[in-house]
Write a protein that binds this ligand. Structure first.
Ligand SMILES: [Zn+2]
Length: 443
């Protein structure tokens, strides 16, 4: 008797799969079955033929499949400033180097080229979703749409003029147009991106509270990044910035607080009570000597902590594997506890926690039936992964980005054997070199 099998768009057979589910499973010799961009089955490879057939079947026996990594904070176009100014504290770096360079160079073309360079790097590090906060967010959204990556575009809001907008009202007005233009796109979410408490005054923050509730839009803000930020805020109005945001009504489940290196027990309690999210950027905080986010304490208190690279100008990489490893190592060091943030918790921070922070965990962040097929494949036959006792340990503590071989977003293959299929790397690198020549000559 012949048994009929279901046709699938793709089947991926893998040596190992870590789905990032509640039972923290590590599966050997399992397969993912994909239909219309979604995962329709996760089962032992030996059983696939009984149920499914496909013209496109990938045999990745040396590979580990994980949910695509989620870079929950960055400034993609700033990749063109990578290595322009190093070894400086945050405010000197911003005021004397980054802001003047932005005033001179940032335009639509810069954002297009810089965002493409960032996406090229992120895909090759296993990232499938990124959050961006930069000028000309419409250009970044279009670039992400064309590359078919998943993203959150947080349009910036500032009190002062930049090349993109005149004042806070103008930023918000342009942001609302962006929601009209891209809000219905499957892979793109639009968020409000008030830059920081020290660059946005109360009136625009209050408008953002109202509008984000009305439109059910997330809000991302740099918060408690340095001790100086807290000293200045306290001198200005005797409040910690997080308290000010709470008084304004901004602290809630839609709020993504980036950095959070300066936190006392009351701050952590406020975050927990209001279900606000933290986006931890360990390498950027280390490089700018901004401080240490108390990830172990936040985790213990039940606050959701996601991970981000921040911009390549202050990192200087967009490598979420590196962020994951350093997040785990730093959490252990600052809590003086080697068991703080174990390997699976670090992977959760780079995947499902990012999806929760961005409000997209219903359809990405883990490899579970019904979710989108956002997948990264990592080759564990590399020398750096030998010998292989535990694929999770190798992934978090020993994997190099060069081991990322394939990436799918929404079921579409975007990276195959480390080659990007929707981004022209030769052209993008040549454009980046042209920008560097121009910018270098003006320094
Ligand atoms: Zn940032």
């Amino acid at each position: 008797m012949t048994q009929t099998t279901t046709h699938a768009d793709n089947i991926i057979d893998a040596g190992w799969i870590i789905p990032v589910n509640a039972s923290k499973e590590i599966l050997s010799n399992h397969s993912l079955v994909i239909q219309h961009g979604h995962l329709i089955a996760l089962l032992p490879t030996a059983e696939v033929d009984k149920h499914y057939h496909s013209d496109k079947r990938y045999s990745l026996q040396d590979h580990l499949l994980i949910p695509g990594l989620i870079n929950a904070h960055g400034h993609a176009a700033m990749t063109l400033f990578r290595g322009l100014a190093d070894d400086l504290p945050l405010m000197t770096w911003l005021q004397d180097h980054i802001w003047p360079a932005e005033a001179q160079w940032v335009n639509e073309e810069f954002v297009q080229d810089g965002t493409q360079l960032a996406m090229l790097e992120m895909l090759r590090c296993g990232t499938t979703t990124f959050s961006d906060m930069y000028f000309f967010p419409d250009v970044a959204a279009r670039a992400a749409h064309d590359a078919r990556m998943r993203c959150q575009i947080s349009f910036p809001v500032l009190d002062f003029p930049t090349a993109w907008a005149r004042d806070a009202d103008d930023y918000i007005h342009k942001g609302l147009e962006l929601i009209d233009d891209f809000g219905s796109q499957q892979l793109i979410n639009i968020a409000f991106g008030p830059h920081a408490p020290y660059t946005v005054s109360d009136a625009p923050l209050q408008r953002i509270v109202t509008l984000s509730e009305e439109l059910d839009c997330p809000v991302q803000i740099h918060l408690h990044e340095t001790a100086q930020e807290l000293r200045d805020a306290f001198l200005a109005d005797r409040r910690r910035p997080i308290q000010r945001l709470h008084d304004l009504g901004l602290l809630g489940p839609r709020l993504q607080c980036v950095h959070m290196t300066q936190l006392d027990d009351r701050d952590i309690q406020l975050m927990r009570q209001n279900n606000a999210h933290v986006v931890h950027c360990p390498n950027s905080n280390l490089k700018l000597a901004s401080g240490f986010c108390p990830v172990g304490r936040l985790h213990g208190a039940g606050v959701n902590v996601a991970l981000g690279t921040d911009g390549a100008a202050s990192n200087n990489r967009l490598d979420m594997l590196g962020e994951m490893r350093n997040a785990a190592l730093l959490a252990k060091a600052i809590s003086n506890d080697a068991s703080a943030i174990d390997a699976h918790s670090a992977l959760e921070m780079a995947t499902i926690n990012g999806a929760k922070a961005l409000g997209i965990d219903a359809y990405t962040g883990s490899l579970e039936i019904g979710k989108a097929a956002d997948i990264a494949a990592i080759n564990l036959s590399a020398i750096e992964s030998q010998p292989l006792y535990n694929p999770l340990s190798q992934l978090v503590y020993a994997t190099d980005p060069s081991q990322v071989s394939h990436v799918w977003v929404n079921g579409e293959l975007l990276l195959e054997d480390r080659k990007t299929l929707t981004l022209d790397s030769t052209r993008i690198i040549s454009r980046a070199r042209n920008w560097a020549e121009l910018i270098k000559d003006s320094q």
